[in-house]
Design a protein around this ligand. Structure first.
Ligand code: UD1
Ligand code: UDP
Length: 370
């Protein structure tokens, strides 16, 4: 039997987290399928931090990140870096994840080389071309370039069907982030645990391009209002390495006693922070998927989301970036027990932790046989 080759291409923090369980599952079948990992390093430090915790070694590293990089530069550098690798390696399938520029550029190069593309976390949509930007367009383009679509939920599958993707090319798997979460959250011995008996901890993250500038300033002012009103609240805010985030967050929030700004936390620590938070303020996509599993309310700092399932389940609430609105909803969670309990039911619309097994099964059935 000819050994088939599957190449993963990823490069940002969330892609590593969500692909790690798939890499690890596929590697169990190294007698049938050869696994190659190419990293773009669209995120240098934040990607490396996650590669280390999930113990993934890259076969190829495109090392594209530059300071405050432009979308066009990232796209071109990934295309130029990946092209010769696909020219040299005879790959049967490329696997990309999500909606990043890495996922888009890699699937485009796959297409140029007539290599099949599998898309993990396919079918998420807001149906607004510019929101989130550029992610909504990235994932739409990845859909067009892909041959197999691993949809996390039936809602995502329906989006794909509506766009004319053939039914037989869509597999509903659950989201691999739940695989990663379950693998990690049960591990013992990691730092990052914070006791809650003396205070309520609110975990905050932001990084969306739409929120750069004034919206992020509004978010910071809302956080200042929250700590001014609630002396028993502590904010933990691991600050994304994007300079557009750091500049504003540090300007408004450093030197505040109730606010702890940290560097990005590794996944094991971060999931412990989620588990120990009272609620979460974030514009992150992945955290909207993780928090419902752990029964943590999320005030989503966005006007729209492609992750409707968490909103429909009642754990995630879209609050946008208006200072008064954020403060109002935070006050409600902090002071109204009923409102808090309603949002803190543990629900799991995103999968059962076996998404990677389903993805790998597809390859064992479809590719592993000759
Ligand atoms: C990227 C993705 C976004 C994803 C997010 C997850 C695109 C266009 N954006 O956004 O979809 O939700 O990652 O976090 O694909 N930086 C560092 N070190 C790092 C990472 C980033 O210094 O480890 C700084 C660099 O100056 C870099 C900048 O952040 O140029 C922006 O990184 P980039 O990947 O372009 O955008 P993100 O906002 O991180
Ligand atoms: N995360 C982490 N450490 C942090 C912040 C986030 O491990 O300091 C994890 C988080 O649990 C989630 C993922 O990173 O799985 C989300 O990444 P991010 O918000 O950067 O990207 P998005 O999901 O919005 O694309």
């Amino acid at each position: 039997m000819h050994l088939k080759k599957i190449m993963f291409v990823f490069g940002t923090r969330p892609e590593v987290i969500k692909m790690a369980p798939v890499v690890s599952e596929l590697k169990k079948y190294s007698n049938k399928i050869r696994t190659i990992v190419t990293v773009s390093a669209q995120h240098r430090e934040m990607m490396d931090q996650m590669l280390e915790i999930f113990d993934i070694q890259a076969d190829y590293d495109l090392n594209v990140m530059t300071d405050n990089q432009k979308l066009s530069d990232v796209t071109c550098d990934i295309i130029k870096g990946l092209d010769p690798i696909l020219g040299k390696e005879k790959i049967d399938f490329i696997l990309v994840q999500g909606d990043t520029t890495t996922a888009f550029a890699a699937s485009l190069v796959g297409f140029y080389h007539k290599v099949k593309v599998g898309h993990v976390e396919a079918g998420l949509r807001t149906h607004d071309k510019f929101y989130p930007f550029p992610e909504e367009m990235n994932r739409t383009l990845v859909t067009s370039l892909s041959d197999v679509h691993f949809a996390p939920t039936s809602l995502a599958k329906d989006n794909l069907l509506r766009e004319g993707v053939p039914k037989q090319n869509i597999i509903v798997t659950g989201n691999t982030v739940i695989d990663a979460l379950l693998l990690t959250v049960n591990k013992k011995g990691f730092a990052g645990y914070i006791r809650q008996d003396t205070h309520k901890m609110i975990l905050v993250t932001t990084h969306r391009r739409e929120n750069f500038g004034e919206p992020l300033e509004e978010i910071c002012k809302a956080i200042l209002d929250i700590v001014a009103k609630h002396k028993n609240v502590k904010i933990v805010f691991p600050v994304h390495l994007n300079p557009n985030v750091r500049k504003i967050v540090h300007k408004y929030l450093s030197n505040e006693k109730q606010i702890e700004l940290t560097e990005p936390l590794d996944y094991a620590a971060f999931t412990k922070y989620i588990a120990d938070s009272y609620f979460i303020l974030t514009d992150s996509g992945g955290i909207q998927e993780e928090a419902p599993s752990l029964g943590k309310p999320v005030l989503v700092l966005r006007n729209e989301t492609e992750r409707r399932e968490g909103v429909e389940a009642g754990t995630c609430l879209l609050v946008g970036t208006n200072r008064q609105r954020i403060v109002k909803e935070a006050n409600k969670l902090l002071m109204d027990k009923n409102a808090y309990e309603k949002m803190s039911q543990a629900v799991n619309p995103y999968g059962d932790g076996k998404a990677s097994k389903r993805i790998v099964k597809f390859f064992l059935n479809g590719l592993g046989k000759d």
